[in-house]
Design a protein around this ligand. Structure first.
Ligand SMILES: O=C[C@H](O)COP(=O)(O)O
Length: 219
């Protein structure tokens, strides 16, 4: 993964059932047409079917730092990989973890050759997390998530400060409120290595059109 546009489906009703496959296929078509690296993070129960339905990177929205074997209900990197996931988000603002679990999971994903994308709320967290050297750190101010007010415009300094805090140990991407081409372009201009987006796409009236719009901003 180099400069990904990551679409997190979260658990929005709009992507329940087969609609998740429809969204993944729309993303795949845009990725192919515009030659942009689009990555999808479907709801956990749809991960396997989506990994089988598309030829694009599919990642998990979360993994747990629990053992392979008797760990009922947890979702593990090893099992996610066996279903076709090539990486995982960790510590999303809506699914926070302890630092020690983040450290273990980054190492575990590394040893499985899976991409780790760890979310952070503040530049100081970016600094702490970067010491574990995940592939990516996604800076997301929680107050902007799902608002349609883009981090790149509302708080550009949090992106530049996070890039500085990561000190090249990890690539920094950003998300929260991204919903237009300009929001993406501004983030990339500020030095972001990619975008993490959910509602701006999921809630759009046309998925293909909105994905194409945001993908165009990556160029
Ligand atoms: O994982 C995605 C982020 O939380 C951003 O969500 P949003 O695009 O709905 O603001």
């Amino acid at each position: 993964m180099k400069r990904p546009l990551i679409i997190n489906f979260k658990n929005y009703a709009e992507v329940s059932g087969d609609k998740a496959i429809k969204l993944a296929k729309a993303a795949q078509a845009v990725a192919k047409k515009l030659k942009v690296e689009i990555v999808v993070a479907p709801p956990q129960p749809a991960l396997a079917v989506i990994a089988k339905s598309v030829r694009m990177p599919v990642i998990s929205q979360h993994v747990d730092d629990e053992k392979v074997g008797s760990s009922t209900g947890y979702f593990l990197p090893e099992i996610a990989k066996s279903y076709g996931a090539v990486g995982s988000l960790i510590n999303h603002s809506e699914h926070r973890m302890e630092m020690k679990n983040i450290a273990n999971l980054v190492e575990r994903l590394r040893s499985l050759r899976m991409t780790s994308i760890v979310c952070a709320r503040e530049p100081w967290e970016v600094m702490e997390i970067s010491l574990f050297q995940p592939d990516f750190i996604a800076i997301e101010p929680p107050e902007l998530i799902g608002t349609g007010r883009a981090v790149s415009k509302e708080n550009p300094a949090i992106i530049t400060k996070s890039i500085e805090a990561a000190a090249s140990r990890s690539k920094v991407i950003c998300g929260a409120g991204i919903s237009g081409k300009d929001d993406v372009a501004k983030a990339m201009e500020l030095g972001s290595h990619g975008i993490l987006v959910a509602s701006g796409i999921i809630k759009a009236s046309s998925w293909p059109a909105k994905i194409a719009e945001l993908a165009a901003g990556m160029k």
